[in-house]
Design a protein around this ligand. Structure first.
Ligand code: FHN
Length: 613
């Protein structure tokens, strides 16, 4: 009985032969043109193919391979992970000793998948081959695979079956860059012991396609998550060809944008043009706003490394991870949260604990994440909003409240008429929604059912009619305008200023161009004189900003804090607002003095109040 691998190889070879024949046979027998899976797919066909992935919203990334064995350490340095062979410049012969040491005696695919499911994750993306070239399945095309390890476990096969058992979609990561295969170019700069004579990149591509045929045929992944596409040997032409090749192996498979060359760095979205890929891949960051009409997925580590690093204690909190999931869903994206398993096949306990905590929250609030869409109103100051269209043409808004308001009121910037309003946690109706010129005000009573994120279900008539988001004064009359809520205006050319988040960042950064400026919509119910206080990070004294609100304006300077990521609270001056109602606050660089700064927030604080002194 021919193995499935051999079947896959046969398929690949036959396809290659047919394509070759089609070329040499000329017009005599015009081959049936293969469907162009990128250009010939109709919007309806694409929607059908992407539907499960768009509704899933939440998946588990797993980075596991030989690099787990050294656990991030090499010759006394401890900050490595899956890049260890390259960053620690480990010669191949040395690194390949890990093959004999890869003994995941406690690997339990069912347990892994149950933990993913427990967390509310709907799909798993695991590294079939990372940049080191080691194959986590028994490949017919190389011995550099699990069959050469002591336990010979078909990691991909076991995980695939476990996913099927639990109703979780099995997906795979696959690196185009390969530091092991003799035909892959370029070599690592420091590798003097691996001559390039005879290396044939085209032959490497055939090898990679042969392995992809194995993977798709044997494991039917829902997504092929390509990576390592950035080196110059990989071209746009090859990207288009690989997208077509993989889709021809399985027309329903979903492929990320790292198959081709159109990805805009870690920001992750795809450049305009013919670049292939079904979704964008922001890495370690979340787009500042929703990206209308785009499918995207933020991938993120739980601590500071993708692969296992036993010294990395920089674990994100449950609160941070749950709020990131909400933030991403509220912008219409998916969250691919990473685990780096240990060499024995277990998950780090810190990861297990976080999966459990997220799962508890998802038990109560999952319906506010799965199958939701971005809210067109943007980001309220009190939390986030996800939406679902109801069969009767109305809309269900899920109000994810991070900061339970002291005065019990939250604004929802929609002109829609409210129908009903309940707390998801206990279906209590101890809340009401009322319309006013600035949208809907929801009045909450009692305490927050969940201190991380409490969800209110607000049904409204019709489809969302967004209004401008307005920051409101707190009880003490102050109002803080956060970087994440700023509307950023950039010049058509030049470096764009942008919102940065993740790894302690929560600021407007890359503000190189003094023509860029930011603004917020503010609603002042209690006019008066306010201190204008800014949180700014700067590497020099002196960059000036001009703050404009209505017909008032003032100028103030940033102080040298030693780093853009170190912030000082600077009182820029005082502004008097005489009229109540909505207004806009703008912050413009003063061109003559400008040097890039980071801006975290602007606060209007009633003058004479001692808050925040
Ligand atoms: O180099 C890889 C890295 O090891 C990791 O796999 C991430 C995950 O998206 N991708 C590349 C860095 O962008």
């Amino acid at each position: 009985m021919m193995s499935t691998t051999r079947q896959a190889m046969l398929i690949y070879l036959c396809m290659t032969a047919v394509m070759a024949l089609a070329v040499v046979s000329g017009p005599a027998v015009a081959p049936v043109a293969a469907k162009d899976y990128w250009n010939d797919e109709t919007p309806a066909e694409r929607d059908a193919r992407m539907k499960w992935w768009q509704e899933a919203r939440f998946g588990m990334f797993i980075h596991w391979g030989l690099y787990a064995v050294p656990a991030g350490e090499w010759k006394g340095k401890t900050n490595y992970a899956e890049w260890i062979r390259n960053r620690a410049e480990i010669p191949l012969k040395e690194y390949d000793k890990f093959v004999g040491r890869f003994k995941p005696v406690r690997f339990d695919a069912d347990r892994w998948v149950r933990m993913a499911k427990r967390a509310g994750m709907k799909y798993v993306v695991i590294t079939s081959k990372h940049h080191d070239g080691f194959c986590m399945w028994p490949s017919e095309l190389t011995n550099y695979d699990v069959d050469s390890t002591p336990l010979k476990i078909d990691i991909m096969g076991q995980l695939r079956r476990a996913c099927e058992k639990e109703g979780i979609r099995f997906c795979m990561y696959h690196s185009i860059m390969d530091w092991h295969h003799p035909d892959y170019l370029p070599r690592r700069k420091w590798e003097k012991d691996r001559p390039v004579d005879g290396a044939d990149y085209g032959r490497y591509v055939k090898y990679m396609k042969g392995q992809l045929a194995e993977l798709v045929k044997q494991y039917q992944p829902g997504v092929l998550w390509f990576d390592g596409e950035w080196e110059p040997t990989w071209t746009h032409e090859q990207g288009k060809d690989l997208y077509q090749f993989v889709r021809s192996l399985d027309p329903n498979i979903i492929i990320n944008n790292r198959v081709d060359k159109g990805r805009r760095g870690m920001e992750g979205m795809t450049e305009k043009g013919e670049f292939r890929g079904d979704f964008g891949t922001p890495e370690q960051q979340i787009p500042a706003t929703g990206i209308p009409g785009a499918d995207w997925e933020t991938c993120m580590t739980m601590n500071g490394h993708w692969g296992w690093n036993k010294n990395d204690k920089n674990w994100k909190s449950d609160k941070d991870l749950i709020r990131k999931l909400v933030d991403i869903a509220s912008k219409g994206g998916n969250f691919l949260l990473n685990i780096g398993p240990k060499p024995d096949g277990t998950f780090p306990q810190q990861a297990i604990d976080r999966l459990e905590a997220i799962g508890k929250w998802m038990d109560v609030n999952g319906q506010a994440i799965y199958g939701t869409a971005a809210c067109p109103t943007g980001r309220p100051t009190w939390g986030r909003i996800t939406t679902k269209s109801l069969d009767n043409g109305n809309t269900r808004l899920f109000l994810h409240i991070f900061d339970w308001p002291a005065d019990g009121k939250i604004d929802v910037a929609v002109a829609n008429k409210p129908i009903k309003c309940t707390l998801l946690a206990n279906n209590s109706c101890a809340i009401k929604a009322a319309s006013d010129p600035n949208g809907l005000t929801v009045t909450l009573t009692g305490n927050a059912p969940d201190l991380i994120c409490s969800v209110v279900v607000l049904d409204v008539v019709g489809s969302p009619q967004p209004l401008k988001m307005c920051a409101r004064q707190a009880k003490d009359g102050s109002v803080t305008l956060k970087a994440q809520d700023a509307e950023i205006h950039n010049p058509k050319d030049g470096q764009a200023a942008r919102y940065e988040s993740g790894h302690g960042k929560d600021n407007i950064g890359y503000w190189m161009d003094p023509r860029a400026w930011v603004e917020w919509d503010v609603r002042i119910d209690k006019p008066g004189t306010f201190d204008v206080v800014a949180q700014m990070g700067s590497t020099t004294d002196g960059p000036q900003v001009r703050v404009v609100i209505g017909d008032q304006q003032l100028t103030g300077a940033a102080r040298d804090t030693g780093s853009w990521d170190k912030y000082a609270t600077v009182t820029l001056g005082q502004i008097t607002i005489v009229k109540s109602g909505p207004c806009r606050l703008e912050v413009h660089p003063v061109k003559e003095s400008w040097k890039p700064i980071n801006l975290r927030s602007i606060t209007l604080r009633p003058s004479g109040s001692n808050k925040g002194k």
